[in-house]
Design a protein around this ligand. Structure first.
Ligand code: SAM
Length: 267
């Protein structure tokens, strides 16, 4: 049955406010799940199963699947669709409030509600640091920011994601793959956790990066002026960064060096 038939059967009108753009058929759902090399040994977490189109392709692999859906209107539909699957457990709660820290080595596969992309990433990285991979469908612009290594799309979000993960685009998904059709293209990104995550105060580092990007057209010197007044030139020199460089041209590795030197000078 197509997604639209399920929605019709249960008389469900999709809500923009919940980021409800559903995959209209299983075509892209199959492609996404294939990229995860999921086996029945795996545990998968899906955020926002919607009408269950992606969920069904994950369920068919035999993996243990935990799905979290905030919209209770979808409950009867999802309960019917997955009544034969012993490996599927659906909770009707806000994923951001879900207790997931006991789920071991999960693989994430999800077409995520775009309006909470950043909090979802934070939850994945901080609450399940042993996750195996995350295949996340996001809006193309957001995906470009997550992947950028410098330039106009490079931002605190790029640094946040790439601090924890290797990021690669594995699929382009056109608007016609969804109901309703969004105005923008989507991409599926594969996030693979890095093994050598630097041992620094992460929250402090990301706060520092935000300050460094507070005015992205200005120089790094200008943006850091408020943080460290008297020894700023010494800090930049020690970190081998030209004071006139814009934050969008400073690599993540350089930002880590800069932050470490900043902490040393501060203390
Ligand atoms: N997975 C389905 C698909 O691909 O067809 C639906 C994807 S749709 C982009 C996002 C889904 O996330 C919707 O079903 C929406 O109700 C759900 N959602 C939105 N906010 C949520 C939250 N905080 N926690 C759990 N699910 C949420």
């Amino acid at each position: 049955m197509k997604t639209s038939d399920w929605l019709k059967k249960y008389n469900i009108q999709l809500k923009k406010s919940l980021g409800q753009n559903f995959l209209s058929t299983s075509e892209y759902a199959k492609k996404i799940v294939k990229k995860g090399s999921v086996t029945e040994e795996d545990t998968v977490i899906e955020i926002g199963p919607g009408a269950g189109t992606l969920t069904e392709e994950i369920a068919k692999t035999g993996a243990k699947l935990y799905a979290f859906e905030i919209d209770e209107r979808l409950k009867p539909l999802l309960l019917e669709r997955f009544k034969e699957y012993q490996n599927v457990e659906i909770q009707f709660i806000d994923f951001l409030k879900a207790n997931i820290s006991e789920i071991q080595k999960p693989k994430y596969i999800a077409n995520i509600p775009y309006y909470i992309t950043s909090p979802i990433l934070e939850k994945i990285f901080f609450e399940t640091p042993d996750f195996q991979l995350a295949l996340l469908m996001v809006q193309k612009e957001y995906g470009e920011r997550m992947m950028a290594k410098s330039g106009k799309n490079y931002s605190p979000l790029s640094i946040f994601v790439q601090f924890f993960c290797k990021v690669e685009k594995v699929l382009n998904v056109p608007p016609h793959a969804f109901i309703p059709n969004p105005k923008v293209d989507s991409v599926v990104l594969k996030l693979t956790p890095k093994e050598d995550i630097p041992d620094i105060n992460k929250k402090g580092f990301f706060k520092f990066v935000h300050v460094a990007f507070s005015q992205r057209r200005k120089t790094i010197r200008n943006n850091l002026k408020g943080l460290i007044k008297d020894r700023l030139d010494e800090l930049l020199e020690k970190s081998d960064i030209d004071p006139k460089t814009r934050p969008e041209n400073i690599s993540i590795e350089k930002f880590i060096i800069l932050y470490n030197n900043y902490m040393k000078l501060k203390n």
